[in-house]
Design a protein around this ligand. Sequence first.
Ligand code: 2M8
Length: 437
Amino acid sequence: EQPAPTAPADHLTLRRGAARVLIDNWTGSSTVPSRTLYPHQWSWDSAFIAIGLRHFSVRRAQQELESLLAGQWADGRLPHIVFNPRVPYGAYFPSPDFWQSSQAGRAGGAPASPETSGIVQPPVHALAAWLVHCSDPAESDRRGFLSRMYPGLTAWHDYLLTRRRLADGGLAAVIHPWEPGMDNSPCWDRPLARVEPADAFRRADLANGNPADRPTDLDYGRYVRLAESYRAANYDDRTATHRFAVEDPAFNALLVTSELALARIAAHLGRSPEPHTERAAQLTRTVVDRLWDDKSGLFRARDLVDDTLIDERSVAGLVPLIIPGLPTDLVNALVETLNGPGFRAPATDLVPSYDLTGPSFDPKRYWRGPAWFNTAWLIERGLRTHGRHEDARRLSRAVVTEAGRSGFAEYIDPATGEARGARNFSWTAALALDLLH
Ligand code: 2M8
């Protein structure tokens, strides 16, 4: 007699566990990334969270994105944090009294409320909006979800491609290490070395996180200095000068993918998709021209201060696999790099955030080596986009297994699978849930 298959029961338990995390982290209109470490709404987290939420509540998934857009500025910027007014300032640093968006942000048209940060995060939102729509098109149309989202999402991309295009013919630039979402990546060590660290600030993260898993005080001092100087310029991109200005491959690859999602949204609304498809095609060419590094077999970030490619290999350089129009030889090279000694974590099958053989690799410290679930999800999608189904299945299995085994950890040690950072982390649960469907 054949033994009964066990996978479905495991999957059911996992789905329930993942849904439980998202329910516990729901605040009534959005989801916190973590109850302990990140008690507000984060921009790209919300996009990933909506992608998971849509599997058990389309309504909540829509609300997640709508509440984020309520923090959008008149210049189109989508802030990286929308603050929850009910949470005390001491629970997270930097809090609203640091950013002062409703005063200092007037140049960019920050809303009077809610309070927000002044910087941005990667543009995953149009992709998320489209996926949320697709999971229940009738309900989405009934609520006019896409027609309400479209103007804000278009303004967001316009902001990135006007105010944030800092080099002629360049890509959207990030001006703070919090913007690409991979805060202490070794890629930022060299550009950050130019920044004099601030000394008067009080971190809140160490009360809830292990110092060995988090950025150093020196990094924080530099993050604070950069944010203070942007605030001193009233977050005005026309007049601010930047000591940190970088074109990041993952950020721009997500912009391409989201621009293609906007094309679909436009077509669904009876508008022309062409402005979006043309922009995506042009951006794809620019990403390749400006960031591809044949020698390393991946994309690298461009430092705009000295106009050079940063000599570090990180997972951000593999994320452009998600771009559908990538030339085949580059797809082949990326897949080879992904399966090579630098990025194939033997114990977990996940993708480390930084080259396992690189000089700055650290298996525990945040974006300097640990494997993260959002980047794995993006790469899995890229593999499927390019017909690499076997590699995609392996990665998908790894995401689901390690998410469950680690208690939906924020990140894991890529060599041992040991959970690091926060537990019950929302995007880990949301993206595992998505891959279970
Ligand atoms: C981390 O970043 C925040 C600052 O934005 C922090 O360390 O306090 C990053 O992992 C970022 O990518 C993420 O969006 C955020 C919330 O999960 O946490």
